[in-house]
Design a protein around this ligand. Structure first.
Ligand code: FES
Length: 102
């Protein structure tokens, strides 16, 4: 079980829990504004772009080359950007806070 908090562009804070799936699935299934998951999680759309809080970067692994390449095409990407369809829910993610990218 992991709790993940999303902060939307409206500064709304939404905390959700899941055991399995990806962070994108969790957001889309619960209607988190700004995360669309258009490609279904195959790392080809960047509509699941989030910024990881700096202090939480250690909770998640490094992005793959495919993810990094896709992020280069995303608006407002920075060193804390991730595509949350590439983040598998696990205990390690518990407490993760993500800012939904604009
Ligand atoms: S859902 Fe398309 S890149 Fe993540």
């Amino acid at each position: 079980m992991a709790k993940v908090t999303f902060i939307t562009s409206d500064n709304e804070s939404i905390t959700l829990e899941a055991n399995t799936g990806t962070v994108m699935n969790l957001a889309v299934d619960n209607g988190v504004k700004g995360i669309d998951g258009d490609c279904g999680g195959v790392c080809s759309c960047a509509t699941c772009h989030v910024h990881v809080l700096q202090e939480h970067v250690s909770k998640i692994g490094k992005a793959t080359e495919i993810e990094t390449d896709m992020l280069e095409l995303a608006d407002n990407a920075n060193e804390f950007s991730r595509l949350c369809c590439q983040l598998e829910i696990s205990e390690a993610l518990d407490g993760l806070v993500l800012q939904v990218a604009k």
